[in-house]
Ligand binder design. Structure first.
Ligand SMILES: [Fe+2]
Length: 364
């Protein structure tokens, strides 16, 4: 028996392969969503990944369930399929096109590319760290930013600088089936009540602080050059004093979590207890200057509440080019910059600081 090569007609009727599936770039997605009729967005990731963040207004059907749930997807409008990296979405889009859905496309590069190019607040895989997730958890009302770091394979997580209400972290942990291995405070906060005590109480996860922390509650230490491991996550640490004496900067692959040392377009004040502008200058020159421009910067504060831009992520290269705190190369000039023209100290900073350093949940 001879096998005929497919003629033009057979080609037209055969299912599109993954190679032929239409793709749209992340930058086109916002434009396509404004079109009439608006496309259906379909998330085909596993439920536990979706719980860490997704596009608003979308639908969710994990890829393995897609063949038996086709009836849930509208056929009267274009369909954009997405996942985290773009690979499964292409397979899903090919399947949907084969099933007769019109105008199916896959989001090229997935949410990961969308987070990098369009919405930096979305969770994305940490490519250089074996597929780890970094989930920024901003609190716009206060301008504070916590982070959930996840190893999605071993289902381990670390929370950095949690806010007072443990609910968002507990929701993500249980939703993702994650075990919390560690809670890390980058420094002793004097401007807001910290959430390590409540989260520790609910999860039993140990709290890690700099060995220089004056905290009186039980904790473990994470010193200069040490590494904290949670599943496949390896969170490095180096001392970055200046905002406080006990300040740590954390490293995960090509990312740094700068706490209140460096913000986007600014830096942490140095006039609260333990602060020292000279130390901060040394931190910038002797620590941050050694890191490459491509290093991704995740600060602990952002937005108008803190007199900062809305963005929550940057790179060291961008900050070196645009952030006055890093651009000033003269020590005396930097000390002047840090001591003149700053807003008044936060109300109750001494009470907040002592509450954060005390044993158990802070009062009031
Ligand atoms: Fe702080």
């Amino acid at each position: 028996m001879t096998v005929e090569p497919p003629g033009p007609e057979r080609m037209a009727r055969s299912a599109p392969t993954a190679h032929e599936t239409a793709r749209i770039a992340p930058s086109q997605l916002a434009e396509r969503r404004r079109a009439d009729p608006a496309p259906t967005l379909l998330d085909v990731r596993p439920t536990e990944e979706r719980r860490l963040g997704h596009l608003p207004g979308d639908r969710a059907i994990p890829l393995p369930e897609l063949p038996r749930r086709l009836g849930e997807i509208p056929r009267d409008r274009p369909l954009i399929v997405y996942d985290h990296t773009g690979e499964e979405a292409i397979r899903a889009a090919a399947l949907l096109a084969q099933q007769g859905f019109p105008e199916v496309s896959a989001l090229s590069g997935g949410l990961d590319a969308y987070a990098a190019e369009v919405d930096r607040g979305m969770p994305r895989y940490e490519r250089e760290g074996d597929g780890h997730l970094v989930v920024p958890l901003p609190r716009p009302a206060t301008g504070c930013l916590a982070y959930l770091l996840v190893d999605p394979v071993e289902r381990r997580a670390i929370v950095v600088d949690p806010g007072l209400d443990p609910a968002p972290y507990l929701g993500l942990l249980s939703g993702g089936g994650l075990a919390l291995t560690a809670i890390v405070e980058t420094h002793s906060h004097a401007d807001h009540l910290a959430g390590h005590a409540a989260l520790h109480e609910r999860t039993g996860a140990p709290i890690y602080l700099s060995p220089r922390s004056p905290a009186s509650y039980p904790h473990r230490t994470l010193g200069d050059g040490e590494e904290l491991r949670a599943g496949g996550l390896a969170l490095g640490s180096f001392e970055s004093p200046g905002h406080t004496l006990d300040h740590l900067t954390l490293r995960l692959g090509g990312r740094i979590f700068t706490g209140d040392s460096l913000f986007i377009g600014g830096c942490g004040r140095t006039d609260l207890p333990g602060g020292d502008p000279e130390r901060l200058f040394t931190t910038f020159r002797e620590r941050y200057d050694r890191l490459p421009d491509a290093t991704i910067v995740h600060p602990a504060h952002f937005g108008p509440k803190q007199g900062l831009p809305e963005g929550t992520v940057s790179t060291l290269g961008t900050e070196r080019a645009t952030n006055e705190a890093l651009r000033i190369r003269d020590r005396a000039e930097f000390v002047r910059y840090m001591t003149e023209g700053w807003p008044p100290k936060p109300a109750d900073f001494d009470r907040i600081l002592s509450a954060n350093l005390a044993d158990g949940a802070p009062a009031g």
